[in-house]
Design a protein around this ligand. Structure first.
Ligand SMILES: Cc1cc2nc3c(=O)[nH]c(=O)nc-3n(C[C@H](O)[C@H](O)[C@H](O)COP(=O)(O)O)c2cc1C
Length: 452
């Protein structure tokens, strides 16, 4: 159990990420109607650049690009047509200078050498600002896009993820930092003793190495993780340096925080401060608390109609079609089997809640709509109070702020961030050059280095 009452480190800072959802992510089916959002925002590099530059002006730690590779006609607008994260982030690297650049990449449908190379390249292009959100792909349908009959089960895909991350890190150490001598006098380009072959033969992969790339100033890209199952939490606790999650309130945030940091410390001997936990939050600002609540209610009503919620409801269940059932019959618990290789943790939680309460399908879908009410709605002062309360209570170390309506995000930057800065919890300016520096994470020592 973590000690919640341990003294605050004087340098502890709140961390902020911006998560752009283009034309609208899950539950935001009508965001694209906002006249300020270009109809093709999710494939428009200028739109992403505007968001990233605004977030950088506000000294955010990072911008985070989520991803998936399986769609249906019911997928949210942003998912239907969007840029590949690492390609997008490479362009943002050239148009920003300080903000961290984090992208989702799956370990289920990539090879370690190729992905380590692409992430390492992003890290060099951005001069040490890259981050990798390691996922195993919850959308089971992705398998069919890679010539596979079905998605691997949880143990297999998380086992692959464990080996994959270890391999990527080993490949990033292929060259010691002083391997390239480049001495014009002697004509020595490389100190060959400082280039290392991996020669890995494991359960899932065989990789010889070395990777043809040096390390950036931050050593390795920062590894983030977002799985919630037992296997996912253990992966996060062992290899995660940042954890993305969702928490509806402070007690559940604290329970997750204690659990994952406790696992990191207990099972893997890690310093819990070297793992930054950032739940995603929806922030709605208004001139008064009442006005902000009204904006939130109107947004929710418009963005997530019952029909849209019903159509999207099947995603954790392997995109099972729930429109085929009688809405007023008991919740069809047998549908859970369709989620076994998808977002099973989520599908199981929904099914158990519906069954325990004896809900109909209609009531269950309604519950997912009500769940959308956020704690972070009000004036800038009100929302700052809430964010600080969560952070002080160690329900998290920071927040991933969803970027929805541009006017709302501008208010977050112009009104909310200054309040957090005045209260001394959020940086007034960047103190570091790299993402690792922003997050207070150590630079990993090269495993082959023999000297300081
Ligand atoms: C905040 C957050 C962000 C996530 N981002 C992605 C993502 O971009 N792509 C993806 O395939 N899965 C994403 N996931 C899903 C998880 O990584 C994981 O695959 C899924 O939750 C199913 O595994 P689990 O049962 O271990 O949680 C995200 C989850 C959370 C909580």
């Amino acid at each position: 159990m973590m000690k919640r009452d341990r003294p605050e480190r004087p340098e502890r800072r709140m961390h902020l990420g911006a998560v752009p959802y283009g034309t609208g992510g899950p539950g935001s089916h009508t965001l694209w109607l906002d006249p300020e959002i270009p109809g093709d925002a999710s494939v428009d590099i200028d739109w992403f650049t505007d968001v990233a530059q605004l977030a950088e002006r506000a000294k955010f730690d990072l911008v985070f690009i989520v991803d998936s590779q399986f769609i249906t006609p019911y997928s949210p607008p942003h998912y239907l047509n969007r840029l590949e994260p690492l390609t997008l982030l490479s362009a943002l690297a050239a148009r920003t200078s300080r903000i961290g650049l984090v992208g989702t990449a799956t370990t289920s449908f990539n090879s370690p050498y190729n992905l380590a190379r692409r992430l390492g390249s992003l890290d060099l292009i951005s001069r040490g600002r890259a981050g990798w959100n390691v996922v195993t792909s919850g959308d089971a349908g992705t398998a069919a896009n890679y010539g596979q009959a079905e998605h691997a089960d949880y143990d297999t895909r998380y086992g692959r993820a464990e080996e994959f991350v270890d391999l990527a890190r080993a490949l990033w150490d292929s060259y010691e930092d002083d391997a390239f001598v480049r001495d014009r006098e002697s004509g020595v380009f490389l100190d060959r003793s400082k280039q290392h072959v991996l020669d890995h033969h494991g359960e899932h992969f065989a990789v010889r190495g070395p990777l043809n790339l040096v390390r950036s100033g931050q050593g390795h890209p920062v590894v983030f993780q977002a799985g919630d199952s037992e296997q996912g939490r253990n992966l996060g606790a062992r290899v995660g340096e940042g954890i993305f999650t969702h928490a509806p309130d402070i007690p559940s945030g604290q329970a997750f925080y204690d659990d994952v940091k406790g696992r990191a410390e207990r099972l893997f001997g890690r310093d819990p401060d070297h793992l930054v936990i950032m739940p995603g939050v929806k922030i709605v600002l208004g001139d008064t608390d009442e006005e902000a609540r009204e904006i939130e209610a109107a947004d929710n009503e418009r963005d997530h109609t019952f029909q849209a919620a019903l159509e999207e409801f099947g995603r954790p269940f392997g995109w099972h079609d729930f429109t085929q059932y009688d809405l007023d019959a008991p919740f069809p618990a047998e549908a859970l089997k369709h989620g076994e290789r998808s977002f099973y943790t989520q599908a199981k939680a929904v099914t158990e809640r519906a069954t325990a309460n004896g809900w109909t399908l209609r009531r269950t879908v309604e519950a997912t709509r009500q769940f959308r009410k956020s704690e972070f709605v009000g004036t800038a002062e009100t929302v700052a109070d809430k964010l600080v309360e969560w952070w002080h209570a160690r329900a998290c170390d920071g927040f991933n702020v969803g970027v929805d309506h541009p006017a709302n995000f501008r208010r977050i930057v112009d009104e909310l961030v200054p309040v957090l800065q005045d209260r001394g919890v959020f940086r007034a300016d960047y103190e570091a050059e790299t993402l690792r520096g922003h997050l207070g994470l150590p630079v990993p020592v090269n495993r082959y280095a023999t000297t300081g």
